[in-house]
Write a protein that binds this ligand. Sequence first.
Ligand SMILES: [Zn+2]
Length: 161
Amino acid sequence: MICEMCGAESHAIEPRKISGSVLQLCSNCASLGEEPTYRDSIGHRAYVAQTLEKRQQKTRYKEIETDEVLIGNLGSVVRKARERMNLDHATLASKISEKKSIITSVEAGNMSPNEKLTKKLENFLKIKLTEMVEDVEVSNSKSSGESLTMGDLIKQAMEKE
Ligand SMILES: [Zn+2]
């Protein structure tokens, strides 16, 4: 190997950072530079490529992420389940410590139950009020992720410095 600083042939060439760039230096010149960081040593372009890859892995992971949302006919499912158990609004309400008006509103579709109420209804009536759907927002961010080019990433990385 040849030292990039003095041109001497040496077996002990090591990467050192000198004024922003990494040079392969012999042991005599090594003291001129400083220990390169991981990012310096693999090179900026490789670093960006790694970042890009990590980001894509994250996106891939997100793609399979699903969200639990309330089912569309929640009100009628609650009403049918309640009627099946021969409960009136007031009785069901008291069983799960809610107001009667809450139950009637939910059954009429005038109100979406919060997470706590949904769980209470599900557990008490033995029904399922949520369904898994693919996250709509994720598919949006996925398409914007795909339009990111290497150039964009390099620009972003530069701006951070
Ligand atoms: Zn040298």
